[in-house]
Design a binder for this molecule. Structure first.
Ligand code: MN
Length: 262
């Protein structure tokens, strides 16, 4: 299995390195790495179009394949690796392991998920993996689960078209993880409070300091609920954004609209 490994926390991030070591250790995976040279969390699906991308080849300890440090975003890294750097197309793109969960609406801001979406746009199936915690993280259980998951995909009821699985692993020791659930995106809201401060030259600036609002009990079947149960969450995502029922309802009305003559 030829794998492209990427992330949004940067090439040297612990989560990517832990997963790379685990995949290389199993010897059945051919692992290439292309990732941003520095942390690019929450850049969403941004791509670089107004300046060149620089690539530095890095030798990772014990690796059999090249690792490329890319001066761009997570989506850039996937696109560049598939279209220009890798000698052959990967069978699957794996993005992560991200430091911090990517659940609910997070997936729209997440560079981790966007690197995986870019793969699907290039016709390649992808998995985004996140570890749901921030302090004192052990990426070992999530890395071992991800390697196992990739190995077992051939037996999974997946479509022929490129699919995208968004995986979130609770930050628990392996023996305390309760199981694995197929989920849908939940609703998580942030109190998006901007702090207004003053810089040394007396000018105002704003700093987003949002915190997750306590939503009460999570809706069963969602990714947020699964993590709260100690379950690993697997959410299949699709990119099709068209609101098809609303498109159909608007059709006759929209056809009757005309631009006003200047
Ligand atoms: Mn990140």
């Amino acid at each position: 299995v030829r794998i492209l490994l990427t992330n949004d926390d940067g090439l040297q991030a612990e989560g990517l390195q832990a997963l790379r070591r685990e995949l290389d250790r199993r010897q059945r995976f051919d692992v290439y790495v292309a990732a941003p040279e520095r942390e690019r969390s929450a850049v969403g699906h941004a791509i670089t179009v107004h300046k060149p991308l620089r690539v530095t080849e890095v030798v990772l300890p014990g690796a059999t394949r090249p690792a490329w440090s890319v001066s761009g975003t997570p989506a850039d890294s996937t696109k560049l690796a598939v279209l220009a750097l890798m000698p052959e197309r990967p069978d699957i793109v794996v993005s992560g392991i991200n430091r911090g969960a990517n659940v609910g609406g997070d997936v729209l801001y997440s560079g981790t998920v966007s690197a995986a979406i870019e793969a699907v746009m290039l016709g390649i199936p992808a998995i985004a993996v996140s570890l749901a915690g921030f302090e004192g993280l052990d990426f070992g259980p999530a890395a071992r689960f991800t390697a196992e998951l990739i190995g077992r995909l051939p037996e999974a009821p997946l479509p022929e078209r490129p699919y995208l699985l968004n995986v979130n692993v609770p930050a628990l020791p392996a023996e305390r993880i309760a199981g694995v659930a197929s989920t849908r995106l939940g609703a998580r809201y942030y109190e998006d409070a901007f702090e207004r401060r003053t810089d040394p030259r007396g000018r105002a600036y704003y700093w987003l300091a949002g915190e997750v609002r306590d939503p009460g009990p999570a809706e069963p079947g969602t990714d947020i609920w699964a993590l709260a149960q100690g379950l690993i969450s697997i959410t299949p995502l699709q990119i099709a954004l068209t609101d098809e029922p609303l498109r159909a309802r608007l059709a006759a009305w929209a056809a009757g609209l005309r631009p006003e003559a200047g």
